[in-house]
Design a protein around this ligand. Structure first.
Ligand code: ATP
Ligand code: MG
Ligand code: MG
Length: 363
């Protein structure tokens, strides 16, 4: 099949490689410079977006922040209704959808402007996170506030655009489920991945070693199935959760939904027989998807550094992925996967290497 990928960042490139690997043809539309490109090339192809769309059998995307005109220009080759994509990619309607489907998420309120935000905070008696409705990633477009703290500056900044105010959650862990739904409505999912964030950005993920309870695993897959069934969604979709409660009362609260492949699924490039990029391509092109086998893996993000530190190579971390991006503090420039024999070892390695691999922005 012929696949057009919207977005030409690292996720688009990894999706493109999977497409080629499966015998498909693939081109990418860079929505940064509005050019159509071949996989692995920064050279523009002599092809308009309209022509690229006409060429394609199916259009998919690497990120959820697609401009309205790009959605309108390509949606007739999508497998998802544009209106549902819009619903999913605005935090207000995304949270409302969770509420409607009775998929638990933190209590929240929408606001349209500074006056509405002011009214919410004036009435608020607990710690909250304020998030822009659209456009945020890696913790950008977020403000934390608690009663007693000055709020004028936050209101002035956050109130410039619509958003939500949600309760600050006291979680024990952050986890995500990455799974695909295929043309027949069958779901293929990886086990829950543990995600550790530093300064709002994913620092590392551990999968296949963590040993979450059967009940939590089932809950995550069930929420995923319910959501993707409702949307008739085809392809990979990720849900980020907070784990709250203790022991048998542990449960999942949705943090956010990403209708695409996800950074917390990068470990599958080493730790599974079919990685998330292959899984997505298989699902959207109607190829069969295999039973997913999983080996315990640690994925560490490289953030803001210029090249992989030699210590990683010496340690046998062969599976390094480098995105070819300029290094800036807080910018993801690559990731490395390591097979581990236990969660303990994974945490130890992660804590040992995070500082060498990550230059973060000051808060
Ligand atoms: P991503 O890069 O995953 O798309 P994002 O910028 O869209 O991230 P969120 O996932 O909403 O933002 O938040 C980033 C991180 O901030 C979360 O992973 C979590 O660590 C923290 N966080 C967000 N919302 C809350 C909350 N309500 N309570 C506690 N911590 C939160
Ligand atoms: Mg996000
Ligand atoms: Mg997130």
């Amino acid at each position: 099949m012929k696949v057009l990928i919207l977005g030409n960042g690292q996720l688009g490139q990894m999706l493109g490689k999977a497409a080629i690997q499966q015998g498909h043809e693939c081109i990418l539309y860079s929505d940064r410079d509005h050019q159509v490109k071949a996989l692995g090339s920064q050279q523009a192809l002599n092809l308009s977006l309209e022509e690229a769309k006409e060429w394609a059998d199916v259009v998919t995307w690497e990120h959820e922040h697609l401009a309205d005109d790009l959605i309108d220009a390509t949606a007739d080759k999508w497998l998802l209704k544009a209106s549902l994509f819009r619903q999913l990619t605005d935090r207000r309607t995304q949270k409302a959808l969770c509420d409607t489907l009775e998929i638990p998420t933190s209590d929240w309120q929408p606001f349209n402007d500074a006056a509405e935000l002011e009214a919410i905070l004036s009435d608020c008696d607990r710690a909250v996170v304020i998030k822009s409705a659209k456009g945020g990633y890696d913790g950008k477009g977020q403000w934390r506030w608690k009663p007693g703290q000055a709020k004028d500056d936050i209101i002035a900044e956050a109130g410039q655009r619509p958003g939500i105010v949600e309760d600050m959650i006291d979680f024990s862990d952050e986890v995500s489920v990455v799974a695909a739904r295929d043309h027949h409505g069958e779901q293929r999912g990886y086990p829950l991945t543990l995600n550790v964030h530093r300064k709002g950005i994913l620092a590392y993920s551990i999968a296949g070693a963590q040993g979450f309870s059967e009940a939590l695993e089932r809950q995550a897959q069930a929420y995923h199935q319910k959501l993707t069934d409702e949307l008739d969604y085809i392809g990979v979709l990720a849900i980020e959760f907070f784990v709250v409660g203790e022991g048998d009362d542990q449960q999942l609260l949705v943090n956010e939904i990403a209708p695409r492949v996800h950074n917390s699924g990068h470990w599958t490039m080493s730790g599974s027989n079919c990685d998330q990029f292959n899984l997505h391509m298989r699902a959207i092109t109607g190829l069969p998807t295999p039973d997913l086998l999983v080996a315990p893996t640690l994925m560490l993000n490289a953030i803001g550094i210029d090249g992989f530190p030699e210590v990683l190579w010496e340690a046998g971390a062969a599976d390094c992925h480098w995105y070819g991006k300029d290094a800036r503090p807080g910018r993801k420039v690559g990731h490395v996967n390591l097979m581990v024999d236990s969660a303990e070892r994974a945490h130890k390695l992660a804590e040992q290497w995070c500082d060498e691999l990550q230059v973060l922005k000051d808060a």
